[in-house]
Design a binder for this molecule. Structure first.
Ligand SMILES: [Zn+2]
Length: 347
């Protein structure tokens, strides 16, 4: 033995000792990594147990899992999600997350699951899953944005604003999003004086002109006079539906009569008798021409296009219900034959 191992005062002994220590550390790190991963997996399964529920009608209890089932089942779940059959999609995601080994794939599936819960209206569940993903991977930009949207839907704006700092740190341009959260919070705030609220909305609008449509809509409810002062006739196409449905009592005739675009709109609507055909909006000018010739049965109907995902919706939105984009709305008007009196308001 003496001849195999170098003597303790031999320089070779120190080198051998360093190698042995390095080997021990490497082995311990490896073992710790495996232990941590298993613990994480255990936590995850325990966490997901909370979401197993009887509303999942697809029977996966007797389904034997094979790794090659991941892709087709994930696609099937996505198809169910798109078709609005959320309970089936949720059941498949839960099944896959339970049996799949790969942690990265698990996190992706959890993100899909959270999205489906969000679409299905289970905001609390969606929020908890996004938080769980961020607990292990806090630098996930997509999930941070989505968590903000969930908090926004829950009207928890302070929490939504908590996602701004990490997003900003990760290099995202968050100015518009922050002002949008400020605006939404203000909109639903009850313990603020009316005049104070009006001033703050105008202040936010000055900082973020893309909030024009929402701000005018809100101001028309709070301070009609102020709203009319801020309405820019050159941006009539952005507000045409709002102004079209505005009740007679909320009109500012001085402003309307001083502008040909607004004058045309309310001539077609029937609130002003003196004819005018110069709105710059094709369908509105057609209706004004028809009205001047005695055809009174036309009206405008509206639909709302998302400029980002090109989906069309029958009702107005602040965030696109499909792609969740902000300020992507485009109001599209069409001529229709009026049958009944549709003098209702969208305010
Ligand atoms: Zn969209």
């Amino acid at each position: 033995m003496e001849h195999i191992l170098p003597a303790y005062n031999d320089p070779l002994f120190s080198i051998l000792l360093i190698i042995v220590i390095a080997l021990i550390i490497a082995m311990m790190t490896y073992a710790w990594g495996i232990y941590k991963e298993q613990k994480e997996e255990g936590n995850l399964l325990k966490f997901l147990d909370k979401f197993e529920s009887s509303e999942c009608s697809l029977d996966t209890s007797n389904m034997k899992f094979e790794p090659n089932m991941l892709k087709p089942l994930a696609l099937l779940a996505k198809a169910f999600d798109n078709a609005g059959e959320y309970h089936k999609a949720i059941n498949i995601y839960l099944y896959l997350i339970k049996y799949i080994d790969n942690n990265q794939a698990k996190r992706e599936l959890m993100e899909y699951l959270a999205n489906t819960y969000f679409n299905a209206g289970f905001l609390e569940r969606s929020k908890n899953i996004y938080l769980e993903i961020l607990r292990t991977k806090p630098r996930n930009i997509k999930v941070l944005y989505k968590l903000g949207i969930v908090y926004e839907s829950m009207h928890m704006y302070d929490k939504a604003k908590d996602t701004i700092t990490p997003l900003y740190t990760l290099g995202e341009d968050t100015k518009s999003l922050e002002l949008f959260f400020d605006f939404s919070q203000l909109r639903f705030s009850k313990d603020i004086e009316l005049q104070d609220k009006v001033n703050k909305i105008i202040d936010i609008l000055n900082k973020e002109p893309s909030l024009y449509r929402q701000s005018i809509l809100e101001l028309l409810k709070l301070d009609t006079k102020k709203a009319w002062e801020l309405i820019e006739p050159s941006r009539l196409d952005e507000l045409i539906d709002i102004l079209w449905f505005l009740p007679n009592s909320q009109l500012d005739l001085d402003i309307i009569l001083s502008n040909e675009k607004l004058h045309t709109l309310y001539y077609v609507k029937g609130y002003i008798k003196e004819p005018m055909i110069n709105s710059g909006i094709f369908s509105l000018d057609i209706l004004a021409t028809a009205k001047k010739s005695g055809f009174e049965d036309g009206e405008l109907i509206f639909s709302y296009l998302c400029k980002k995902c090109k989906h069309n919706f029958p009702v107005s939105f602040t965030r696109c219900p499909n792609c969740m984009a902000l300020n992507s709305i485009k109001v599209e008007e069409e001529i229709a034959k009026s049958n009944t009196k549709t003098d209702y308001s969208i305010l």
